[in-house]
Design a protein around this ligand. Structure first.
Ligand code: BES
Ligand code: MN
Ligand code: ZN
Length: 467
């Protein structure tokens, strides 16, 4: 994507797209090319083709007072995604009070990258996309480059998520982390089954027993503030979740390749943080395995000893995410993390409660969550807090044979119970947020501004938060 100064307009021979508010007139830079265009109503999201010496397209933004950065992004994204031709977008007319040219340019640049993404079919070449450029009276080069980096990292997460599970195995996911770390000169440590046995990570190993693939516990560290505490981004990396012996039935198994989107998103958030050269210390910690059935697959009534030493009675093999995560959370703390944000496609109950557009948020620190919310409001990636309280902990801790169970049956509040389970592994004094992305991780239908499949949700928000 190129950026131009408005003084270069005469040299641009692709059609120019003018995003315009209802009632706005054609910007003076273009008025010479037009006659009599005063009466356009410029309905939001509509494209108007103007025949003139300079090929112009008008894109309706609707009423200025109703436009949010997110609406702007979707409108630009839909126009870009539907375009078969190269385009140059003039940013200035989208600016308004509280929405500077630079912000509009950044949103547009992000929208271009995000909306042009399509998952490349297995075995084929990526499709050529039209070249989109941005033009403005302001110097927008730096903000656009930054926004494009963010879009590229979000798209990287979408790619990892969309890759079929027979290709994106736990081993392949670990390789992805290793090659990212190598490219960005980051420290990377990957534990395989033998090492997981040595350290006693019995929870992730229990889930792994039904799989013919190995388990991997991955840690990638970015150090941008030497001497300061680390925050860990912990991701659930179930490259496929068949349910185990509590096997998923009917349509419930379809889409379970996306059960590693938490892992993909935290890995690519770390990538974004590293590419931004942020002055923070962040590590991504990922527990990767499949949850399948095999002769040695774990079963109900097994008791697993987690890396923390706490024992867990299995009451449902399909509640595997919390088992993988509890060892990953413990490992992050052993690596020195003092703050933790975990991300996981953890519970169907979260989809039932919040639908596809919200991520469920849980915390032991309101301040920490408020900080994250500040950035999620900026990016428009919506969070909604759900409760954890003593009663949920009490139910998690019920077991005659172990310290706790992995699934409380038939009492509702599945998302809160899963969160309470995870909180049992968070050390005193460690601030923690759990993000349940079971709904927001992937869409089964595309939208005018985006391809279907993995969304890369919250990669951008985390990139904004850790600057
Ligand atoms: N990966 C699923 C959660 C999920 C469900 C994600 C639907 C996306 C869409 C998770 O491992 C799971 O199976 N959870 C169970 C928990 C239950 C057994 C306590 C669920 O939600 O049914
Ligand atoms: Mn499951
Ligand atoms: Zn799962």
């Amino acid at each position: 994507m190129k950026t131009y100064q408005i003084s270069e307009l005469s040299a641009i021979d692709t059609p120019v797209l003018l995003p315009l508010y209802e009632g706005a007139s054609i910007p003076q830079e273009f008025s010479q090319y037009l006659t009599g265009t005063e009466d356009l109503d410029l309905e939001a999201g509509k494209l108007y083709h103007i025949l003139s010496p300079k090929k112009l397209l008008l894109l309706g933004l609707g009423k200025a007072e109703e436009l949010t950065p997110k609406k702007f992004r979707k409108t630009i994204g839909a126009a870009v995604r539907s375009s078969k031709k190269d385009l140059c977008i003039f940013i200035d007319p989208a600016a308004k009070d509280g929405f500077s040219i630079e912000t509009a340019a950044a949103e547009a640049a992000f929208a271009v990258g995000f909306s042009q993404y399509d998952f490349t079919k297995v075995g084929s070449q990526p499709e050529e996309k039209p070249e989109i450029s941005l033009i403005s009276s302001a110097d927008i080069t730096a903000v656009c480059r930054k926004a494009q980096t963010a879009a590229a990292c979000v798209n990287h997460a979408r790619d990892l998520g969309n890759t079929p599970s027979n290709i994106m195995t736990p081993e392949a996911l670990a390789e992805e982390a290793a090659s990212m770390a190598k490219e960005l000169h980051l420290e990377c440590e990957i534990l395989t089954n033998k090492e997981l046995e040595e350290i006693g990570a019995g929870a992730i190993l229990g889930v792994n027993r039904g799989s013919s693939h190995g388990a991997r516990l991955i840690a990638v560290k970015y150090e941008g503030a030497p001497g300061e505490d680390y925050t860990a981004l912990v991701g659930k990396g179930l490259t496929f979740d068949a349910g185990g012996y509590n096997i998923k039935t009917g349509t419930h198994m379809d889409g379970m390749k996306f059960d590693m989107c938490g892992a993909a998103n935290v890995l690519c958030a770390l990538e974004l943080i590293a590419r931004n050269k942020a002055k923070v210390n962040v590590m991504a910690v990922i527990g990767a395995t499949e949850n399948k059935i095999g002769p040695d697959g774990y079963t109900c009534n097994d008791v697993l000893t987690s890396l923390s030493g706490k024992t867990i009675e299995i009451t449902n093999t399909d509640a595997e995410g919390r088992l993988v995560l509890c060892d990953a959370i413990t490992w992050a703390q052993k690596l020195g993390a003092k703050k933790i944000i975990d991300m996981a496609t953890l519970t169907g109950a979260c989809v039932a409660a919040l639908g596809k557009n919200y991520t469920g948020a849980f915390t032991n620190s309101q301040d920490f969550l408020q900080e994250l919310e500040k950035y999620s409001q900026k990016t428009g990636e919506k969070l909604w807090q759900l409760p954890i309280d003593e009663d949920f902990h009490k139910q998690v801790l019920e077991s005659n044979v172990a310290d706790m169970n992995n699934c409380v049956i038939g009492v509702g509040a599945g998302s809160s119970l899963a969160a309470a389970f995870l909180e049992e592994f968070v050390d005193e004094g460690v601030e923690w947020i759990h993000l349940d992305i079971a709904g927001s991780s992937d869409f089964s239908e595309g939208k005018p501004y985006m391809a279907k499949g993995a969304t890369g949700v919250l990669v951008r928000t985390l990139g904004e938060m850790f600057q």
